[in-house]
Design a protein around this ligand. Sequence first.
Ligand code: SF4
Length: 449
Amino acid sequence: MTVLDTATAPRPYQSYVYAYPHKTAYGALRPRPALRDLWAAEPRDSLALYLHIPFCEVRCGFCNLFTRIGAPEGLAGRYLDALERQAVAVRDALGDEPAPRFTTAAFGGGTPTFLEPAELERLFGIAERRMGADLRAVPLSVEASPATATADRLAVLAAHGTTRLSLGVQTFDPAEARAAVRPGQQRTHVETALGRIRDAGFPVLNIDLIYGIDGQTERSWRASLAAALAWRPEELYLYPLYVRPLTGLHRLDPAGTEAGWDEQRLRLYRAGRDLLLEAGYEQVSMRMFRAKDSHPGGPADHACQTDGMIGLGCGARSYTAGLHYSFDYAVGPGEVRAIIDDYVSRPAADFAHADFGRAVDGTESRRRHLLQSLLQARGMPVADYVERFGCRPEADFGPELAAFAARGWLDEGPELLRLSPEGLAHSDAVGPELFSPAVRAAMAAYDAK
Ligand code: SF4
């Protein structure tokens, strides 16, 4: 029997670990390594392809993704020009012995559907013709917002084989939409967009919702969940609200925390989780729920611990076994604009090298494997870890796992390392506790910009 160690339990909402190491631990790579060398010895028979569009029609107050409001005259076209130059350079660096094979793909942002239909056609052309991805044969996920999920854009997505359409709704309540600084979102627009998405026939609809908004109650949260469930989405993501540096909400309330906010988020999380489990969904991770009768439609919450990823666009990451890399990262509007302007002005030769990144050595690979597995509800078979690294996870992470067990965050069982329901509820505290000292130091030294 485990004993709950409340004295040392960290606060539940530290950070969302969707990738390790986080971009704020990346640094400038000098000299810049050639992509041809980075990929020379990498397996390329099961790669993920990610294309990043850094434009949105509004800037949500909670959002710290790499994106800007709008694209002034011609910028979207110049961005696609640069994306194409990058795709040509990257495809050339990957070579043909053997040719890369993409087994999943995603367009994210930002808001990919910010692009006009003709621009979306170009985007698909870059993935299909320049990168050689057979998008109709693989799971393909595309993110959209209610305002940009128009019938003509959705028709382009459907024609190219999109299997998963992810809609950022966040809340069906207009007052909460205003409180989360998502200006202009009206429930009727959201419902109409959902109708168009269902009409387009994507196999998987995902709806993103947020809990912990100022003024949100359990009742209003349940009402948003019920409104989402009326569409029987194949997937739902429930995100706790964070107030991060340089976001709109942070500018309004730099202190960022009010008494009881952690408790509010935990309470709403549990209410949402229970409601979805009762409604026939299974929990995939703290945030992700999937209808039991549906199939995965895309690489969301992708937890393949070994496959490489090719990211195109100025906010995208790429992963080889030994290096994670991207371009520079920012949240503040001026810095984001400067990075995008730099990206669109780059000549083709400039895309043949990695700019910013972080080496992922053997020890970090073990952390990444454990993190990505443990944060999934199904947990990590110990045998998988032993097979890959030659020892049991307790040998590498004894103190961390003992602390989780002491807090009641692990299910007992020698051959499956799995978070308990309370452990899963505390995923955003579990993840950061597994960061290495070096990654913590790099993140602490990062100046938000
Ligand atoms: S949450 Fe989505 S729609 Fe809102 S600013 Fe961020 S990327 Fe854009």
